[in-house]
Structure formats: C-alpha cells, structure tokens
Design a protein around this ligand. Structure first.
Ligand code: Z5A
Length: 219
C-alpha cells in the first residue's frame, strides 16, 4: 500500500490554519482519500494533556528549553500513536502546526539556539518529515485581531490580557519575529514549503491551498 502524504500548516496566530485544515481535509476526503486531521500540540491523549500545561502558561517560567522539551514530548506521542500509523496505512495527515512552530516560537522568537531545536528534532521526528508545508502569512496585527474577535470576552467585544493564552499574550515584536522566521524557513526549503497570502478571503486562501496540493501531488 502507498504511504500517505504528510501535510503541515504553519504560521502565526489567527492565520486561518484550523479553518483551512478542516476545508482541505474535507476536500481530500471527497477525492476518496482517507485523511487524519490533527493538530499540535495535541492529537493524542498524552499530547493533549501536555498542551493544557503549555497553553496555560505554567511552563513559561522554566524557559524556552523546558517548553521546547514539552512540545517534543507531545510530538513524540503524536508521531508514535497517530501520524506514523496513519501514514503507514495510506492515510493522508493534515497537521495544524508541527516542528517549524518550535523553530519559530521557542527558537527564533523565544531565543533557544537553533542547534538545540535541531537535536530535539533529529531525536524525535527523525525521517518523518512533512511532504508539504503550507505557511500562512499575514501581518500579526491582523491575525491577533481575528483571534480577539473569535472569542470576545469583554463588554467591548475584545479579550482582556488575562483571556489570552501563553503565546497570544506576547508582544507584537515577538509576533513579527515569528512571521520573519516562518518566511525564512520557506525560503530555505522551497521544495517543501509554499507560502500563501492568509490575508485574502477564506475562499481565496482555500483555492491557493488546493492549487498547492494539486501542484505537489498527483491528484
Ligand atoms: N506552539 C509553540 O510555541 N511551539 C510548538 O512547537 C507548537 C505550538 C506546535 C497553539 O495554540 C500554540 O502553541 C500556538 C503556537 C504554540 N500559539 N498560540 N496561541 P492554538 O492551537 O490554540 O492556536 P494557533 O495554532 O495559533 O491557532 P489559532 O490562533 O487558533 O489560529 P488559526 O488556526 O491560524 O486560525 P483560525 O482559528 O482558523 O481562524 C481564526 C479566526 O479568524 C476565526 O474566527 C476564523 O473564522 C477567522 N478567519 C480564518 N480565516 C479567515 C480569513 N481568510 N479571513 C477572515 N477571517 C478569517
């Protein structure tokens, strides 16, 4: 049986990754493929438990190395119990975030040396690299506005600082560093990465994603 394809979605907050992951998974299923739509951190009970700790901000005080180790602990479970078995059975995997997020959040924007992320990645991910990574690019101000509108908490329709998760609450400079790093990754690995303009309408972004899939795979 042919191995499934491994597709990852990357980018900053509110870029539309979750929305587009659901649209793409549905579109692929309509072609007759078996598809696993998943996310990081998460995708298995152990990884979801680690997600709760990470997004609550409880691990922040231990620094970017400890956070990166926790993201890789979650990734190890995700790979072992969900991603690799699916790929081996011919199922296509669409993951909302993967290793590039660690490179961007804990590495470039968080200050953890790239060499440390590379060691963790080699140990945990090994050869299970994405076949295609779509980078959703948009100005961070726009992404953060979308996130605030999605879950309004206050009377003014915006969320207060305490409503934001560990990473949403970081400075705009941090979010600009993330954007720069995702674009740097795309430039360094053009055979794996495609950048889409995530500021377009949902339908236009979905069309760009589908066009990238059709170009890369024989569908
Ligand atoms: N993280 C890390 O630090 N290191 C790692 O290794 C990994 C992750 C794997 C996971 O949070 C956090 O973990 C994340 C990085 C860090 N940082 N944060 N926060 P998460 O999974 O809760 O959040 P996220 O991955 O950042 O996703 P998000 O903020 O939910 O955004 P999104 O999935 O890209 O967007 P969306 O939910 O599809 O859309 C957001 C809103 O915009 C929603 O209301 C949509 O209806 C709307 N939307 C979507 N597309 C459009 C368009 N095209 N136009 C207008 N409105 C739109």
């Amino acid at each position: 049986m042919a191995r499934g394809k491994f597709i990852t979605f990357e980018g900053g907050e509110g870029a539309g990754k979750s929305t587009q992951a659901a649209t793409l998974a549905e579109r692929l299923r309509r072609t007759g493929l078996s598809v696993l739509q998943t996310r990081e951190p998460g995708g298995t009970p152990r990884a979801e438990a680690i997600r709760e700790v990470l997004l609550s901000g409880k691990a922040k005080r231990f620094g970017p190395l400890a956070e990166a180790v926790l993201f890789y602990a979650a990734r190890e479970s995700h790979l072992e119990l969900a991603i690799r078995p699916a790929l081996e059975q011919g199922t296509w995997v669409v993951s909302d975030r993967f290793s590039d997020s660690t490179r961007a959040y804990q590495g470039a924007a968080g200050g953890l040396p790239r060499s440390i992320v590379d060691v963790l990645d080699a140990a945990v991910v090994g050869s299970t690299r994405p076949d295609l990574t779509i980078i959703f690019d948009l100005p961070p101000e726009l992404g953060l506005q979308r996130v605030a509108r999605r879950n309004p908490q206050g009377a003014d329709g915006e969320r207060s600082a305490s409503d934001l998760d560990r990473f949403e609450s970081m400075t705009i400079a941090f979010h600009r560093d993330l954007r720069d790093e995702f674009l740097t990754i795309a430039k360094a690995e053009p055979q794996r990465c495609v950048v889409v303009d995530a500021s377009l309408s949902m339908q236009m972004v979905a069309d760009e994603v589908w066009s990238a899939i059709r170009k890369r795979f024989d569908l």
